[in-house]
Design a protein around this ligand. Structure first.
Ligand code: UDP
Length: 150
């Protein structure tokens, strides 16, 4: 997603971030969380968890018709993931900028995916892409957390 040319005002937002099984296996949870923190995002909830097939299918239901769906689900359940709620100014877009493009080969230098991801399937991180998805995805993993931070 592109940054709008003019952002009318800053907003404190919450967004869901997942450090995917490839990055957890590489032992870089700390390095990735560090990038969020250095960019001014705050971790307000987090846990390491193992997704079941049913959970992964439900989480990625929007992609269920895509050819890569089964491989994506297989990958997401191949090991533990680190799920977090990040909070900060324009957190949704900021997180997406820090992540870089879906395909690490196309991701900008210095982004998480450029530095830690191996391929478009094993691409280190997930991040909500809009306020509506952030609300659904935060509630998916942290039903007790208010996405608006109230
Ligand atoms: N994905 C994949 N193959 C593709 C496109 C996507 O395996 O050709 C996976 C990849 O893990 C990606 C996820 O599906 O992160 C969701 O895709 P989306 O286009 O929403 O990318 P994202 O928002 O994660 O950058």
């Amino acid at each position: 997603m592109k940054k709008p040319e003019f952002s009318s005002m800053s907003t404190i937002e919450r967004t869901l971030s997942i450090i995917k099984p490839d990055a957890v296996a590489k032992n870089v949870i700390g390095q990735i969380v560090s990038r969020f923190e250095q960019a001014g995002l705050k971790v307000v909830a987090a846990r390491l968890t193992q997704l079941s097939r049913a959970e992964a299918e439900r989480f990625y239901a929007v992609h269920s018709a895509r050819p890569f769906f089964k491989d994506l689900v297989d990958f997401m359940i191949s090991g533990p993931v680190f799920v977090q709620v990040l909070e900060g100014e324009n957190a949704i877009l900021k997180n997406r900028d820090l992540m870089g493009a879906t395909d690490p080969k196309k991701a900008e230098k210095g982004t998480i995916r450029a530095d830690f991801a191996d391929s478009i399937d094993a691409n280190a991180v997930h991040g909500s892409d809009a306020p509506e998805t952030a609300a659904v995805e935060v509630a998916f993993f942290f039903p007790q957390i208010d996405v608006h931070g109230r």
